[in-house]
Design a protein around this ligand. Structure first.
Ligand SMILES: [Zn+2]
Length: 318
């Protein structure tokens, strides 16, 4: 980077077959390290310097220390300006490990709203039902059931059959009942869930937009890279929401103990940081023509999708 850019190119022209890292166009014979096909601009160092081929800590490049490289990549990507300067498109793509990283971030991120809202509610309900069952059995054994209980009990083959029906402890049955009777809970799942799906929405919209970018045969894996490494911000949204539910409890609106407005506020903040980081990556990493404009448009579409889900959840939750 600091060296004069032309110095590392022997003759000032590219003499060997050199594919453009973004679109694969052969840059042989060019006197500037700029791709005429997709418009990406590079420095000579990025194209030729072999010491810069492997990233110092990226998860894709370091299978020999998986946990270390995962954590370093996750933390590194939280500082997008520095991160997207350190990673460049000419560094080899390891598609399998890239997707592995993406999934390792996405699965807990998407799973969080379900576990946090629905899971905690179901767990509480099961514990509550178990206590009530014990109490009922005790009263039944000691002959302290009232006439009403005895009358209902007569319709069932056994006490357990009655209790399974009225006070279930089977997680599937309890989940179903909680969902049927607690719309605001589902609304919370949708509100948080829409945000956690932002990387998937972004990726899909980006790939659709990419396919319309006329002649440039952009390698879609570079787009996966920008989305995957920027998803860490949504991953940390989970613990933030969890912490807020203890710091700012609101038992009135949700049994999951969190203010609905706060939930949306955290969601909007996470989305804005995700978008900002994606825009930085579009300039620093995806250098093809109008990369910033394309990235910006994807975020507009993603906000519309998330906004619509929130609106539907809001109307439906009433
Ligand atoms: Zn190119």
């Amino acid at each position: 980077m600091i060296n004069g850019p032309i110095e590392t190119s022997p003759s000032g022209t590219i003499t060997d077959d050199t594919p453009c890292p973004i679109c694969g166009y052969n840059m042989r014979g060019l006197s500037e390290p700029n791709c005429p096909e997709c418009g990406s601009r590079f420095t000579w160092n990025e194209i030729f310097d072999p010491t810069r081929r492997i990233h110092s800590y990226l998860f894709e490049h370091h299978p020999e220390r998986n946990i270390h490289s995962f954590v370093r990549t996750f933390l590194g990507a939280l500082r997008p300006t520095r991160f997207w300067k350190s990673l460049h498109p000419n560094q080899p793509l390891c598609v399998r490990r890239l997707w592995l990283y993406f999934l390792l971030i996405l699965i807990p991120t998407i799973g969080f709203p379900i576990v946090f809202t629905l899971g905690s509610e179901v767990a509480l309900k099961i514990v509550d039902n178990m206590e009530k069952r014990e109490d009922f059995k005790l009263r039944h054994a000691s002959g302290r059931l009232d006439r009403f209980d005895l009358m209902i009990l007569r319709r069932y083959p056994s006490v357990d059959a009655y209790l399974d029906k009225s006070l279930p402890t089977n997680p599937a049955t309890v989940s179903q009942r909680v969902m049927e009777h607690n719309r605001s809970l589902l609304q919370a799942v949708c509100t948080l869930g829409a945000v956690t799906f932002a990387p998937i929405f972004t990726l899909i919209v980006f790939l659709i937009f990419k396919s319309t970018l006329s002649k440039a045969r952009l390698n879609g894996n570079h787009i996966v890279r920008t989305v995957a490494y920027n998803s860490g911000i949504l991953f940390i949204m989970g613990p933030i929401v969890g912490a807020c539910s203890y710091l700012f409890p609101d038992r009135f609106r949700y049994s999951v103990n969190i203010d609905y407005d706060l939930l949306m506020l955290v969601g909007v903040a996470a989305l804005l940081i995700f978008s900002a980081s994606l825009l930085i990556a579009s300039v620093r990493y995806l250098r093809f023509n109008r990369a910033f404009a394309v990235a910006f448009s994807t975020q507009v579409v993603v906000y519309l999708i998330v906004g619509n889900i929130w609106l539907i959840a809001e109307i439906w939750g009433r």
